[in-house]
Write a protein that binds this ligand. Structure first.
Ligand code: PNS
Length: 161
């Protein structure tokens, strides 16, 4: 069974990797789908975001995880790659409200599409890419939120190393 784990991944955090690792153990194939979206709002370009994920997947030793990008509606991407299962991580109730709405919309737009929610591990429940970037912008320590490689790349971008 092939599942899709979509997101912006600007950049990938340890919270994302926890979800990917857990689903890669439970499904035959995991496709990490990186939203192209407007590059100007992102710290990293699409290629950089994909490259960072690729390195994480390698470091975690996950063999059944591939990375693709998509633009436009997620359901169109799901149709294209032949999967009807989307996985999303839930960190808090605030995530749930938004995610529930999107899950309903997606299943309305693509009949039979299922969204599976995984509860984030407690230690990652407060992590988001945005918060990580904010901490980093003030030169705070982000080593518990992202890998060493990702932390380095964020610092390079924000404060030139
Ligand atoms: O970075 P995030 O917030 O974890 O990811 C959100 C994402 C990419 C899963 C979501 O914004 C998305 O699927 N965008 C594509 C457009 C779409 O299909 N939206 C849902 C119907 S409104």
């Amino acid at each position: 069974m092939k599942v899709i784990y979509p997101g912006s991944f600007d950049p990938i955090t340890k919270g994302h990797m926890d979800i990917i690792e857990r689903i890669s153990d439970k499904f035959d194939e995991v496709v990490v789908a990186v939203l192209v979206n407007s590059e100007k709002n992102n710290l990293f370009t699409l290629e950089e975001r994909k490259q960072l994920i690729k390195q994480e997947i390698k470091d975690y030793g996950l063999k059944n995880v591939t990375i693709e990008s998509f633009d436009g509606l997620l359901i169109e991407f799901a149709k294209k790659i032949g999967s009807k299962i989307i996985v999303r991580g839930l960190r808090a109730i605030s995530d749930y409200e938004y995610e529930l709405q999107i899950a309903h919309i997606n299943s309305k737009l693509y009949e039979g599409l299922e969204t599976i929610f995984l509860v984030s591990k407690a230690e990652y429940s407060y992590i988001s890419s945005s918060v990580v970037k904010e901490v980093a912008s003030y030169k705070g320590d982000i080593s518990t939120f992202v890998s060493e490689n990702v932390a380095e790349k964020i610092m390079d971008k924000l404060i030139g190393g």
